[in-house]
Write a protein that binds this ligand. Structure first.
Ligand code: ADP
Length: 382
């Protein structure tokens, strides 16, 4: 067990800045907790108090039930992987030696540590061919993966991550986030992750702790709860005006049943008879969507224009195993107003209107209300 608990923790810096105010927080062993909030709200200070890089002014922090102020700081840190924004890699050491550093410090032989390091590189999705390079010879995303590998190398129960993905571009960042979720589902570490990005927080966290200026904890809940029931005006404002829309990503789309869709292959388009306002999805031989045509598109093709010039872009797609945010986005971004559901092979299996997604949301909410009422009356009765 490696749960982490803050009890009444305050940190005031020597210049009088109160960075963290009476923080009470219990982080469950094996959970992924994200500290989120605008810059300067005490997130990093709170995290660094966990490995004693910073000492609290008052209050106590326990790890696995033990007060860390009594622990040896070096030993404490060896049990906690630490990943920072710049990667923190040693520039004059190879990737392999960077990853092997902590196991060697912990007394492993150089050979064994290097052999293990190769396996950790596999684990974080890095090609072993990169092992002999130096950090400067890697992309930003690869450096961050090495940073994660290094933190994991000694297999510590706790992983502290301070804005680790903030400096990489958005595409690589999403890859790293997905990789982190995948890793966590395998490793079940106790992870504390700092970010100022609410989207990153809701993507990664089992629970998120929202901090306000002065290091005042506002809410500590599952991401969907923070979005649906912000505890304070500060949280509502920070989570953003489109938090209702974001919240849809926590609702499964499998309740919506895509209805039949009118499709045509490129050869069939010329023969279509369409009314104004009617749309047909053009698909290839395997059923993969290519785009939409309406009556003007069909007339264009008949007049001899290339199909591609007469077709409207398809909008985004969704899979029934996905979430309502994807389903709604697919419908809204589609020129026909119909979101296209695809199977795992990418073939179109049906369509959905935005209104049907909203109806599904209403149904899910009604079910949840009924469930809550049932519990309430059960308690009343019992
Ligand atoms: P965050 O991680 O949320 O951006 P920090 O924990 O880094 O916030 O900082 C919280 C507050 O403490 C800020 O006002 C910051 O300026 C201040 N602060 C951080 N480190 C120091 C320090 N060493 N001395 C004085 N003030 C500091």
């Amino acid at each position: 067990m490696s749960d982490i608990e803050f009890r009444g923790v305050t940190k005031t810096y020597p210049d009088g800045t109160t960075a963290v105010t009476r923080l009470d927080l219990r982080i469950e062993s094996g959970s992924f907790t994200v500290f989120v909030g605008p810059s300067g709200c005490g997130k990093t200070t709170s995290m660094r108090m966990i490995n004693r890089m910073i000492a609290p002014t008052s209050g106590t922090i326990t790890v696995a039930g033990e007060d860390i102020s009594a622990a040896d700081p070096v030993r404490l840190r060896l049990g906690m992987g630490y990943v920072i924004q710049s990667g923190g890699l040693l520039p004059h050491r190879t990737v392999l030696d960077n990853v092997a550093t902590v196991p060697i410090l912990r007394g492993k032989s150089r050979r064994a540590a290097r052999a293990d390091a190769l396996e950790v590189l596999d684990r974080v999705g890095l090609d072993r061919a990169l092992a002999r390079r130096y950090p400067a010879q890697l992309s930003g995303g690869q450096q961050q993966r090495v940073g994660v590998a290094r933190a994991l190398a000694a297999d510590p129960p706790i992983l502290l991550m301070d804005e680790p993905f903030s400096a990489v571009d958005p595409v690589v960042r999403e890859e790293l986030q997905a990789e982190m979720r995948r890793l966590q589902s395998e490793l079940r570490k106790t992870i504390v992750f700092v970010t100022h990005d609410i989207d990153e927080a809701i993507r990664l966290g089992d629970r998120i702790a929202v901090f306000a200026p002065g290091g005042v904890l506002q809410q500590y809940d599952a991401p969907q709860t923070v979005l649906a029931q912000p505890a304070t005006d500060f949280v509502a404002g920070f989570a953003g005006r489109d938090r209702g829309y974001r919240g849809l990503s926590f609702r499964a789309a499998n309740g919506v049943v895509p209805h039949e869709l009118r499709t045509a292959t490129a050869e069939q388009v010329r023969e279509l008879r369409l009314e104004p306002g009617e749309w047909v999805l053009v698909v290839d031989a395997a059923g993969h969507p290519l785009g939409w045509v309406d009556v003007t598109g069909v007339e264009g093709v008949r007049a001899g224009h290339a199909l591609a010039d007469c077709m409207a872009a398809g909008g985004s797609l969704f899979t029934p195993g996905g979430d309502l945010r994807q389903a709604l986005d697919a419908a809204i971004s589609s020129p026909s107003g119909i979101g296209v559901a695809v199977d795992d092979s990418g073939a179109a299996i049906g369509g959905l209107l935005a209104t049907e997604v909203i109806e599904q949301l209403a149904r899910q909410r009604a079910d949840e209300d009924a469930e809550r009422n049932r519990h309430f009356f059960d308690h009343e009765g019992g």
